[in-house]
Design a protein around this ligand. Structure first.
Ligand code: SF4
Length: 434
């Protein structure tokens, strides 16, 4: 495969095959290769994937619960959030969240993924109470919840340090955190995407503390808008360095920017914003991520919600070894205009994986194998989710959710809105071990 590539690119691919940590210039260069260099990059990523994680491809049976879309922030890329006074604001009460969690577990879900807007008027203990309520009803389920931005919001509202807040979440049953709210970890880019968003340094602080407390996190990147290859290279190196330090990342999940309903693209709020990555950009990103990160973060997930099932399947040949979750409900990408659906069935994921010449594995959130499907498909044990209809009324749609009067968010009167606390200060105990 190296003979396919031009000499400069062949040298970079060779370095990656030898296990060297690629530098920023090398990563940036690989993110732009074309023609035969592109094919050589993909083949190299596939060879490294085989060496690092073998032929198994994972998926997790989970349910997404985006329990409110009301948010005090106004990130320019976000089509999901609604303001305090919006007619489309919803907030699922605790008992409804628990009911949906129980429904998912009855269908075989092993993970609940909880992420939402930063609702005004929310008590700081809400996230903790939520963990306790779900774990009390479902002690076995893995709670994968709260982005670094949400953790920071909860700590601010509670006037406690990030470390204390994360410790309370863990005591209440939190199992791991999604490493979202990362977008591109470069403050100049972040200011353009969303002024007031958690900063790069704050994101690192939350993630590092979570890892130190024994709470693993995923890692993500949102790309295909205004970032450059150099920004992505810096992001990947930052993740790699953090992983060398803590070992707490379970996976890396590249997320294509979905532009269709995104204000920063549709309303022209961000001059120069691209309408998401091209197909080649997506493949180059995955293959390059395998070369740059695979020795440190071996699991590379293709998101079918962002890419569609077909492109996600193709990415299995460009370095990816995971197809993410069944989701059951998905609101954030759907509201941004993604058209790939809100859920998929385990049997469909297994069909794609087998057709790519690989072995499907239902895994847990932390990448432990639960069921290895290494026999013929007709021997697969049936899964309750395989038989639910697309239009099953139990699961509804994002449109139905925002229109449901039972869950309408009651706007918080201006005078009752708590003044935002100052940014969370690092306490002595926070700084000692960071
Ligand atoms: S991305 Fe998150 S924090 Fe930003 S506006 Fe949307 S829901 Fe709120």
């Amino acid at each position: 495969m190296l003979s396919l590539a031009s000499p400069p690119v062949a040298r970079l691919l060779e370095a990656a095959l030898e296990g060297q940590a690629l530098g920023a210039a090398a990563i940036s260069q690989l993110l732009t290769v074309k023609g035969r260099d592109f094919h050589a990059l993909v083949l190299t990523a596939d060879a490294l994937r085989e060496r690092q994680v073998g032929s198994r491809v994972g998926y997790v049976v989970n349910r997404n619960l985006n329990f409110t879309n009301v948010c005090v922030k106004s990130c320019k890329f976000c089509a999901f959030s609604r303001t305090n006074r919006s007619d489309e604001g919803y907030f699922l009460p605790l008992e409804e969240i628990v009911r949906r969690a129980q429904e998912a577990c009855a269908l075989g879900a092993t993970e609940l993924c909880l992420q939402a807007g930063l609702a005004p008027g929310m008590g700081g203990r809400f996230y903790i109470d939520l963990c306790r309520a779900v774990k009390q009803a479902l002690p076995e389920v893995h709670l994968h919840a709260f982005s670094p931005e949400e953790v920071k919001y909860g700590a601010e509202l509670s006037s406690v340090s990030l470390r204390d807040y994360l410790s309370e979440l863990k005591d209440a049953g939190l199992g791991s955190l999604p490493g979202t709210s990362a977008e591109v970890l470069d403050d100049a880019v972040r200011r353009r995407l969303a002024g007031g968003r958690i900063t790069t340094e704050e994101w690192i602080q939350v993630v590092r503390m979570a890892h130190e407390l024994g709470l693993p996190t995923t890692s993500t990147l949102m790309y295909g808008h205004v970032e450059t290859p150099e920004h992505i290279a810096g992001h990947l190196i930052l993740l790699r360095d953090l992983q060398r330090e803590t070992g707490g990342f379970t996976e890396f999940v590249p997320l294509s920017f979905v532009h269709q309903e995104s204000p920063m693209y549709q309303r022209g709020l961000l001059p120069g914003c691209r309408p998401g990555p091209t197909g080649h950009e997506v493949v180059r990103l995955f293959a390059t991520a395998r070369l740059a990160l695979g020795a440190w973060i071996p699991n590379l997930q293709a998101s079918w919600v962002k890419e569609g099932l077909r492109q996600a399947q193709l990415l299995l040949s460009a370095g990816a070894n995971d197809l993410g979750g069944t989701l059951i409900n998905e609101s954030i990408s759907t509201s941004a205009g993604a058209t790939h659906g809100q859920r998929t069935r385990p049997r469909e994921l297994r069909r794609l994986i087998r057709d790519a010449g690989r072995v499907p594995v239902e895994r847990g959130t932390l990448y432990q194998s639960l069921t290895v499907f290494d026999g013929p498909p007709e021997h697969d044990p049936p899964h309750p989710l395989d038989t639910i209809a697309d239009e099953d009324p139990r699961f509804g749609s994002y449109g139905a959710l925002v229109a449901d009067p039972r869950f309408r968010f009651e706007p918080v009167p201006r005078e009752a809105l708590r003044p935002r606390k100052q940014a969370v200060k690092l306490t002595d105990s926070d700084t000692q071990s960071s």
